[in-house]
Design a protein around this ligand. Sequence first.
Ligand code: HEM
Length: 340
Amino acid sequence: MVDASVAQRLVDEMISNLPRHDPRQRPVHTIGVGVDAYFTASDVAHKYCIAEHFSGQRICAKVRFSNASGGPEQHDGWSDVRGMATRFLLPSGAATDLIATTLREFFARNVEDFLEFTKLDKHESYQRESPWRKILDMLQLKVPRRDPYPGEKTNASAGILSYANRHRFAQLGVFEFKMIGAPVSYARAAYHAIHTFIVEGEDGVRRPVRFSWQPAAGVRNTNSDALPDDNYLRQELDDRLRRWPARFMLMMTIGEAGDAIDDPTRPWPARRVRVVMGTLTLTSVPKDQAAAGEHISFNPWRLVPGIEPSGDPILHARRDAYEVSREMRGGIACPFFNRS
Ligand code: HEM
């Protein structure tokens, strides 16, 4: 387990990178929207995982979608990773969380990598390149630098790229991060829980698995040539859910011998068995956003019997970092979460 001072340091380092930070808000994934939802497990889910939310009953859920960047600015139209944190409110009175992002692989294998990344993730002033510079880049077979987004005055690209240049393990995650774009809707992106968890089936067999959410409406990004407004994702979701519920399928990929269990930077081969574990139905964007999302503190360690964490050092580091962050921003402690 990561010691408490490391958890504090992780959060402090993240905050030190932010040009503006409101201590009452999350240091990252600051801007988000809470949504009411329910989850129904598939017929086969319980066979693979005995956890209560896979028993087949309808389970109430709270979902918070977010932009990954820290700070109080919205910037929905900017290229950024998006988050989807889900709390399943179980009939027994317990709760369990599943936290996912649009990134498939992470860029750090452990706390040391993450701290190194955070040191380099510093913002520098970012200006539009002249057309001549772009032509020169193309003549030298270099990809010209993209133009700043409306309102973008600083950017952390240089530091992040130097981190990726130094570490091969980080290149997939950083490449995905740089290419990710902006979704037309929070309901039109796929989200991945990244880490491996160990689930227990009805037959007592324990399997390493990775979870992801696939949107029933399909994945669609905005057109980067016609950037939308900087503040559209919450309104779009509200409008969408007033017309019709939106759905996500929960997919569980089963790992095989030799697959990376404790390393979130390494993908698994594409031909692994994937099981549909259930459907999440988003129903409405409640007016009281404090209760629907802002006051909730999600944690990837809020698990129930049938699902256990793997040995992934990043997953272990997140356990206390999220609690430290919750305490710092005055979030409500979860009665189902035991830190001991
Ligand atoms: C060592 C690595 C990481 C650290 C230190 C870290 C830290 C944090 C912190 C401090 C928060 C705010 C928590 C709060 O105040 O409630 C947060 C939120 C979040 N993180 Fe991480 N994180 C890490 C890795 C990851 C990974 C691998 C994922 C991908 C699954 C992820 C996804 C998210 C999401 C989606 C949120 C927003 C949750 C919400 O809406 O409340 N993080 N992270």
